[in-house]
Design a protein around this ligand. Sequence first.
Ligand SMILES: C[S@@+](CC[C@H](N)C(=O)[O-])C[C@H]1O[C@@H](n2cnc3c(N)ncnc32)[C@H](O)[C@@H]1O
Ligand code: SF4
Length: 186
Amino acid sequence: MTGSISGANPGAVTGLAAAPWADCPTAAYLHIPFCRRRCFYCDFAIAVMGDRARGETSATMQTYVDTLCREIRVTPMGPLPLETIFFGGGTPSLLAPAQVAQILATLADRVGIAPGAEISMEMDPGTFGRSQLQSLVDLGLNRVSLGVQAFQDELLATCGRTIDGLILSGRSPISRRCQSPVGASI
Ligand SMILES: C[S@@+](CC[C@H](N)C(=O)[O-])C[C@H]1O[C@@H](n2cnc3c(N)ncnc32)[C@H](O)[C@@H]1O
Ligand code: SF4
């Protein structure tokens, strides 16, 4: 499923200055803990899912997304629209676009997403292709943090990464197609 997120709550901005929730954060961090393997240097909170893991086929990932959406619905939040949304991990780019859409729609419905909100995702270059990237852009993704680490195959292997430098240096859909801001972890 793809489609734009238009559920921001434009009426919610009325009377912000006087509202008791005026100081509430307008940023949301969504932790998506799944990775195919654990890279040798990484000590983040993750769950290793295996080399074939994908959001489309993983019941565990769908259960996590459903639970995350339930938590969003019951977490007290001011009615401010979100100005920044960050999908971090783990490897959020393992999620299916439909799962990202589910999370964004829940946020839009629960608290609102401001027009022009910055929507970022940490993406592992070995976990997505062009059509997935396009689906995410269609959903509103406008900023990417790309886990490069290194461009040399031997260094990537030393790090325990699952992708080779040839892809990073030229064939990644991000390097050719994405006109949005891209940050890279080296
Ligand atoms: C948490 S990962 C999320 C993105 C994705 N899983 C990936 O690796 O491409 C984001 C970045 O954190 C960095 N990182 C991982 N382990 C780290 C550590 N122990 N200390 C500092 N940075 C770390 C890596 O550069 C990685 O690209
Ligand atoms: S893919 Fe990213 S989050 Fe997962 S183990 Fe490697 S560096 Fe850590």
